[in-house]
Design a protein around this ligand. Structure first.
Ligand code: FES
Length: 490
């Protein structure tokens, strides 16, 4: 018999993105009823799915650093305790199914005997026909050599390794792998849950477990009240999922939902990306990570005995890694922090103060439109954060990047963009060069107009002011609705 799966779980099982799964549904190749697909229909579209298959998933796994087969064999095995709990939960479910099956079987047998007795007492053609119908049905079920549904078996195996979580009220979904905490899994999946310390002290990650079982994996000092416990509240940073869960969790949807934070981070690396663009990699303390939305900025500052430098920069990395923060900093004679960085005044192990986040150049998670990023030079930095976050969140729309450059080596991470394009069916990428910023803005807008329409499309423009002004002017003149245009200058 066919098994019903959510679109997320079907994508998880077959190793494709949710966007691809939805494309199959939209094209009519895959039937969907109330957001669910059957394993039978799924196998028709993905006939080669096997437990050891690493095909399509492996390509996206380059982005997520995991391969399907390897995940099962090596990486994501829960620890013994969690594994035992998950097996116990699944065994309970299996025992319950067996109990039901046995009861139904006994009921059918009793019904058959009752019909025989009635026929003996008062022969009736209809009762005889009913008896024969039951005999045939039982023979069909008991004598069937139908093999188990491959995807159902795969789903059962994966449920030991991973648990599915559905979030209320947003309806977002993600998977907890191995014995990672529910909070870690939510962040990895591109969600923006409420949290603070990540070590069981602040209580900000408190959520209500509506259904399913959890297991504590980290110590916590935060005292949940008796009534909170009775209502099913738990700290997501301290628990993993034993079974599939439904949880009520606070999520940040707007920049105003994220508090300003002040953190002293450590420089992990300073390395040139191009002749006048430097990579700055900061790492926060384990217990003081930065909560932010993709596309936001922070203020970085360094204070010495007699000097202090500060500057505002967009974060070039994904909020799913809230400890390792990347920045692409341009050499700018008017920017003291950048001048110090390029002069070798900021080096590995130095402390850097970080204040923020700021800015509303963020993804709209309430819309499912395609997204175009139109950027110039280091305007790629916030776009990189947005793209990585959209990929982590498995956002359903297509992603398009148009990257203009006005300087040599201006496409300083072109290889990374090509790798995304190779790994993700829903990502496309093109570059262009121009002599100055306004010309780059006009050319990038013209490229977008030539390649895409504005129906169901969000456009994010980022770069120096001359570029952003020219691109936005051209896009507005081409009737891009104002609420679909987002821009950031720096
Ligand atoms: S994030 Fe502070 S208790 Fe969980």
């Amino acid at each position: 018999m066919s098994h019903l799966l959510t679109v997320s779980r079907a994508a998880h099982l077959t190793g494709v993105t949710r966007a691809i799964m939805q494309k199959h549904i939209a094209s009519g190749a895959l039937s969907s009823h109330d957001g669910m697909v059957t394993t039978e229909d799924l196998l028709k579209v993905f006939p080669d799915v096997r437990l050891e298959d690493t095909g399509a998933f492996e390509r996206t796994a380059k982005i997520r650093e995991e391969a399907f087969g390897r995940r099962i064999r090596e990486r994501v095995l829960p620890n013994q305790e969690v594994l035992a709990q998950r097996l116990a939960a699944q065994s309970e479910e299996l025992a319950e199914v067996r109990r039901h099956l046995t009861s139904y079987h006994d009921l059918i047998e009793a019904l058959r005997e009752r019909i025989d007795a009635m026929v003996e007492a008062s022969p009736s053609e209809q009762l005889v026909a009913l008896g024969e119908f039951i005999d045939q049905g039982l023979a069909g079920v008991l004598g069937s050599e139908e093999t188990a549904d491959t995807l159902e078996v795969l789903d059962d195996v994966l449920r030991v390794m991973t648990a599915h979580v559905k979030v209320k009220p947003s309806g977002r979904e993600f998977f907890v792998e191995g014995n990672e905490t529910v909070l870690e899994a939510a962040l990895r999946a591109g969600l923006a849950p409420s949290y603070g310390c990540r070590n069981g002290n602040c209580g900000l990650c408190k959520a209500r477990i509506v259904s399913g079982k959890i297991q504590q994996v980290n110590q916590t000092d935060y005292p949940l009240s008796a009534s909170e416990r009775a209502q099913g509240h738990a700290l997501l940073c301290s628990h993993t999922a034993i079974t599939d869960l439904e949880i009520e969790m606070l999520e940040a949807n707007l920049p105003s939902d994220i508090p300003e934070q002040e953190i002293v981070a450590t420089v992990r690396k300073v390395a040139p990306l191009a002749t006048d663009i430097m990579l700055l990699h900061l790492q926060t303390p384990r217990t003081g990570r930065l909560r932010f939305l993709a596309g936001q900025r922070v203020t970085l500052s360094i204070s010495g005995a007699s000097t202090s430098f500060r500057g505002d920069y967009p974060i070039a990395s994904c909020p799913c890694d809230d400890r390792n923060l990347l920045f692409h900093i341009c050499n700018n004679p008017d920017d003291d922090f950048a001048r110090s960085l390029f002069a070798g005044g900021i080096t590995a192990s130095d402390p850097v103060s970080l204040f923020g986040p700021f800015g509303d150049f963020v993804l709209r998670k309430d819309v499912v439109n395609d997204i175009s990023f139109v950027v110039c030079d280091s305007g790629f930095a916030p776009a990189k954060s947005l793209i990585e976050s959209a990929v982590a969140a498995n956002m359903p729309g297509a992603l398009q990047l148009i990257w203009a450059a006005t300087r040599d080596n201006g496409h300083y991470l072109e290889n990374q963009c090509r790798a995304w394009a190779a790994a993700l069916d829903t990502f496309s990428f093109s570059t262009l060069k121009a002599d100055d910023l306004p010309a780059a803005g006009v050319a990038a807008a013209a490229r977008l107009l030539a390649e895409a329409d504005f129906a169901r499309r969000e456009v994010y423009v980022a770069g120096p002011p001359g570029f952003v002004e020219a691109a936005c002017k051209a896009l507005t003149a081409a009737d891009l609705p104002a609420d679909q245009l987002h821009y950031e200058t720096f």
